[in-house]
Design a protein around this ligand. Sequence first.
Ligand SMILES: NC(=O)C1=CN([C@@H]2O[C@H](COP(=O)(O)OP(=O)(O)OC[C@H]3O[C@@H](n4cnc5c(N)ncnc54)[C@H](OP(=O)(O)O)[C@@H]3O)[C@@H](O)[C@H]2O)C=CC1
Ligand SMILES: CC(=O)N[C@@H](CCC(=O)OP(=O)(O)O)C(=O)O
Length: 350
Amino acid sequence: MFSVGIIGITGYAGVQLAHMVARHHHARLTYAGSHSHAGRKLKDIHPHLASPEGDILLQDDDIQTAAASCDVIFLALPAGIAAGTLNEDILKKTVVIDLGADFRLRDRAVYEAWYKKLAAPSALLEKAVYGLVELHRDEIRNSRLIANPGCYTTCSILSLHPLLKQGLIEPEGIIIDAKSGVSGAGRELSIDTQFCEANESVKAYGVAVHRHTPEIEQELGFARQGGQPVIVQFTPHLIPMDRGILTTCYASLKAGVNASSVAAAYEDAYGKEKFIGMRPSSSLPQTRWVKGSNRCDIGWVIDERTGRIIVVGALDNLVKGAAGQALQNMNVVMGCDEDTGLSASGIFPI
Ligand SMILES: NC(=O)C1=CN([C@@H]2O[C@H](COP(=O)(O)OP(=O)(O)OC[C@H]3O[C@@H](n4cnc5c(N)ncnc54)[C@H](OP(=O)(O)O)[C@@H]3O)[C@@H](O)[C@H]2O)C=CC1
Ligand SMILES: CC(=O)N[C@@H](CCC(=O)OP(=O)(O)O)C(=O)O
């Protein structure tokens, strides 16, 4: 049994994580950190929660104190806080899994340009591993600082990585059209996520400037032989549903590439992966099939007329896009079976 802390437990990602940790056979939640609600119980903020996680007493959001008593700490905080708070001393005491963006980008200047915040110190960034288990399992196993990827990025990278790794698509002109449920924006109040603003409407936002663009380009660049750059056109949309990400990716196939080489690339990459569901072209991924599960479903179609491949990916932003993926990282780093606490299939909402 090992002890776990969650800082930012009252937010959507944090509370999903609390629910999942409470059902994990080897982990025990011993520190629940909150910025605004210390002294209250978690069920005072989230009344739907049952025991044991609902009865947890919230403490200050003090990572240093949590590190003294926890084997693993999850940070589910707004961008910028982890970068300014973590230090070598904390990492000597505990493993940190950061659900935010502060340790995802290798290049400090890129982080500062897109996030308009001070990047994490280089010495800490060098210790961080990008926590997409399907791509970086061995590095994660030996890391004490894991940068859990974002929800849009997980879906986009997993959808396109095998094609770039095998050199089957042109690295220029890739388009990612992405949609997210409203919980992707977090629980914090904002005009855009109010019912009358989001319901019965669909809108593009962050067009040509969304901060997930460099994260996707970084990991897809690493996929290419020699780590050459990849430029993507990433456009997110807000959809009036609670959870779910759908990405539709368009790329030009290289000359001579056919359906069997594409199928072989995905089989080679994901044939043994428990959390990737390859879907046939007749039944492409839908968000409701992955709701509540840690799966990312992927399906593709080749359009012979345009020479393009269209890859569709779907996941639950709070599970494979955040808390589930964080738990998967914890399982890898703590030596548990990778699917411990993650075996639930999707809830089909009818
Ligand atoms: N929502 C999603 O689908 C995904 C979210 N993420 C990332 O996970 C992280 C958490 O997101 P999410 O749960 O959605 O956000 P929420 O807005 O729902 O929750 C934010 C949490 O951070 C705490 N917090 C807010 N301001 C501060 C502060 N100044 N200092 C310390 N703590 C603070 C809040 O604590 P309190 O209530 O106590 O004030 C709350 O627990 C973010 O980095 C986000 O980008 C990643 C992938 C998907
Ligand atoms: C709908 C919505 O607003 N989604 C969020 C992405 C949430 C996420 O993945 O957070 P990270 O920034 O930690 O990666 C956005 O577009 O900013």
